[in-house]
Design a protein around this ligand. Sequence first.
Ligand code: ZN
Length: 106
Amino acid sequence: MAKRRECPSCRSVYVGDDKLFCPKDGTRLVEQVVRGSEDPWIGRVIAGRFVLERRLGKGGMGVVYLANHNVLKRPFAVKLLRREFVSNERALARFFREAWDRSASS
Ligand SMILES: [Zn+2]
């Protein structure tokens, strides 16, 4: 599983080894200790290209995550539907939708 680092200043969580400092405020990130209560989706790769970085919000049908496309290297919003609504990852992939680009995400 990818390393997770948390910004002590703004509490953003980043996945992977590429970031040592928070891109928002420049604070040095601290490695996160994996706890049982943490969202198990964080750090997972969906459909072979979306790395889930942090949870953005929760709705009636599912949860929206900030994800990084591992080829395009830009952030996407990924909505994961609750298990009641989907049966497999291919169905989930249909709900992937781009919501932000770098200029709009801050
Ligand atoms: Zn920060």
